[in-house]
Write a protein that binds this ligand. Structure first.
Ligand code: 15L
Length: 267
């Protein structure tokens, strides 16, 4: 990366904390951005605290970076104003600052919740229609739209990762399809940072789960080879069967528990 740091936003979060030493080992320097203290800095890390909704602060964090791993966001359903400021305005600020500073590559955390109302019987590829299940999901659709605009218009390389469930291990039946292990998260982010080109790329963030709903074959230019499989935990998770109501929105739709609050189309 020519001595320039990679900016990691959301650097205090659980995914970033796992990624940071591994990205530093691979690429060298990291610049960390978060609204809160990202914890003790590693030898290759520098910190640039900022609110994602503050363009000038984001711009300072972005300036001089080789690439950006944009993980910073509100990661649960919240009031619209909160989601808007952190996730939509935040994504715009990161992409626009990247454009202005000539930072060509951004790996952006999208989510399964951008497509959460697809049924669990469906198999989705990068062309699947947006079907957000929450304001949070809408914010990820918006972030994907912005990423597409900056890739097409400004010639940037942007990968949107529709991340499933990042956990040390899967703990419930839905995770048999959605799990993304921490080591596979590292593999996915590195593959996106090292792909010769991205243009506008959608990748599903999941491990090599036997019961996966998602197909990344449309992105052969990203050499992502997951090594973990939630199926290894299936016997443990299903030892008493699957107690879920098959007619509940949580079970019917890929977004799981995000799909139920406010859902009125019963029966
Ligand atoms: C997400 O996008 C959330 O950020 C995370 O908290 C989980 O809920 C995950 O999706 C999931 O659907 O399991």
């Amino acid at each position: 990366m020519d001595g320039q740091p990679i900016l990691v936003t959301g650097a205090a979060g659980k995914i970033a904390r796992y990624l940071r030493p591994r990205l530093a080992e691979r690429f060298g320097r990291l610049r960390l951005s978060d609204r809160v203290d990202p914890g003790p800095l590693g030898p290759a890390e520098e910190s640039s605290l900022c609110e994602l909704a503050d363009f000038d602060a984001v711009s300072r964090a972005v300036e001089g970076c080789a690439a950006i791993v944009h993980l910073g966001a509100c990661i649960v359903e919240e009031r619209w104003e909160v989601i808007h400021d952190s996730n939509i305005l935040g994504a715009y600020n990161v992409l626009e600052a990247a454009r202005r500073h000539g930072v060509k590559r951004v790996v952006l955390a999208s989510s399964v919740h951008a497509v959460g109302y697809h049924p669990t019987t469906a198999r989705l590829d990068a062309g699947a229609a947006a079907l957000p299940d929450s304001f949070y999901g809408v914010s990820k659709v918006a972030a994907e739209g912005l990423a597409c605009l900056y890739a097409e218009k400004a010639g940037m390389d942007v990968a949107c990762l529709r991340i499933g469930s990042v956990l040390p291990e899967p703990t419930e039946p839905r995770h048999l399809s959605t799990w993304l292990s921490y080591p596979d998260t590292v593999r996915l982010v590195i593959a996106c940072l090292e792909a010769p080109r991205l243009g506008y790329t959608i990748m599903y963030g999941c491990s090599a789960n036997t019961r996966s709903w998602w197909d990344n074959s449309g992105a052969p230019h990203v050499d992502y080879r997951p090594e973990d499989n939630a199926e290894d935990y299936a016997a443990k998770i299903l030892k008493d069967g699957d107690a879920r109501d098959p007619k509940s929105p949580e079970t019917m739709f890929q977004g799981g528990f995000f799909c139920a609050p406010g859902y009125v189309k019963w029966g």
